[in-house]
Design a protein around this ligand. Structure first.
Ligand SMILES: CC(C)(COP(=O)(O)OP(=O)(O)OC[C@H]1O[C@@H](n2cnc3c(N)ncnc32)[C@H](O)[C@@H]1OP(=O)(O)O)[C@@H](O)C(=O)NCCC(=O)NCCS
Length: 377
């Protein structure tokens, strides 16, 4: 396709997709010097005015001839003047497949403009270019990109380790796809962590500043004994990887993890996890406590708040589940107390089903609780 003659102008009443112009170069320069753009894209660092001018006068026009369909996004500012908002692009990969790419000028972020621009781009791609599948890649941890793709209806099918090249490094990449016949709306429930207040605990979302306490708790021998997946030794990097993993589960609606905070100091005392969530059906419960919080009923109360949230009907702000399950290793008396005090029933024993920190296998005691039992308590 020839630039700019074959480049269509696409409008939805708020944003316009159009060919790039030389007078976009200043805004392109600002966008590509922005720290967020540099962190999450492959723009050259440092980025110069010559790079910006080369992008709009050479790279974009040459790209159109080679199946890189890049549009400038424009919207009106508060005074009604047209303003450059960023670039959205489909890269033809043959066989009616393309990759999507996007970047917003800092001014344009957080206004819903990129979502509108990408909807126009996708409808043009699926319609005029007769695409069947569009693939999305993002560096793992680029939540703004993931949330944008999620809103548009993309899947996120997982992480490919050390695949995305960026300035000499190979970074982990999230990958997902949108098909021509997919609905253009989120396909998973992106869970939020609701604050749950008790007398001795306050449950809240995990945060970066919890890392030192997580490291202490997971370095503890008792934690490591009962939770064999906890790496040994346990480092800051392990805690950060775990936080990212927890956020990924929220995004797919598969698990909801709370920090158990001290109600006065907000210090992290432990964590409760509702995982393997099957909406409107069931989930499993797991937990651990920092050693200095043990022995005073903290987890019994925290677990009780989570159980109540899980059984609270969906339209009253809970998860609306009908059954909860917990597995406790043979010999873990403290953990059995927590589930028994919270109304769980011992329903079975699976032999040699749980691995312990020393590599041995322990019998697993299965407990469950039904919503109607919880209501009757
Ligand atoms: C990706 C990008 C184009 C999205 O722009 P945008 O649609 O205006 O959206 P925002 O930047 O406001 O973020 C989108 C969403 O992610 C959320 N988000 C942003 N940073 C986040 C973070 N660190 N953690 C969790 N959520 C985050 C925002 O709250 C917003 O949520 P909402 O949809 O509920 O409103 C823009 O952030 C950008 O230019 N980023 C740099 C370039 C880039 O990453 N491109 C994609 C490469 S794959």
């Amino acid at each position: 396709m020839r630039f700019p003659d074959d480049v269509p102008v696409l409008r939805d009443g708020t944003v316009t997709l159009r060919p790039h112009r030389l007078d976009d170069a200043t805004a392109v320069l600002e966008q590509c010097q922005d720290a967020i753009s540099q962190r999450w894209t492959t723009v050259p660092v440092p980025y110069s005015r010559a790079d910006a001018e080369g992008f709009v006068t050479d790279a974009v026009p040459a790209g159109w001839a080679a199946g890189r369909w890049a549009f400038a996004v424009e919207a009106r500012d508060d005074r009604g003047a047209g303003r450059f908002c960023g670039t959205v692009e489909l890269r033809d990969e043959g066989s009616r497949r393309a990759e999507i790419a996007y970047g917003a000028h800092p001014w344009a972020r957080g206004r819903g403009l990129m979502e509108r621009a990408l909807r126009l781009l996708l409808e043009w791609g699926f319609g005029e270019q007769r695409l069947r599948t569009v693939i999305w890649w993002a560096n793992r941890g680029n939540w703004a990109s993931r949330r944008t793709a999620w809103r548009l209806g993309f899947s996120c099918d997982g992480t490919v380790e050390r695949w995305l090249a960026q300035r000499g490094d190979l970074l982990d990449g999230w990958v997902g796809a949108l098909h021509v016949d997919d609905e253009r709306r989120p396909r998973t429930c992106w869970l939020e962590v609701p604050a749950l207040a008790g007398e001795r605990v306050r449950l809240r979302a995990l945060r970066e500043d919890d890392v030192p306490r997580i490291v202490e708790a997971c370095s503890d021998d008792r934690t490591a004994h009962w939770l064999w997946r906890v790496p040994r030794p346990y480092t800051d990097a392990d805690a950060r990887a775990w936080l990212l993993d927890r956020s990924e589960h929220l995004a797919t609606g598969s698990a909801l993890t709370w920090a158990v905070g001290d109600p006065r100091s907000d210090l992290l005392l432990g964590c409760v996890n509702a995982f393997a969530i099957k909406p409107e059906r069931d989930a499993e419960i797991g937990y651990w406590l920092h050693p200095d919080a043990r022995g005073r009923g903290v987890m019994t109360e925290a677990c009780g708040l989570v159980v109540r949230h899980c059984f609270t009907p969906y339209d009253e702000g809970g998860l609306g589940l009908r059954r909860l399950e917990a597995s406790v290793a043979e010999g873990n008396t403290a953990s059995r107390q927590v589930v028994e005090r919270n109304g769980f029933t011992h329903v079975g024993r699976e032999r040699r089903a749980l691995q312990l920190g020393d590599g041995t296998l322990a019998d697993s005691h299965t407990y469950d609780q039904l919503a109607e039992e919880h209501r009757a308590r």
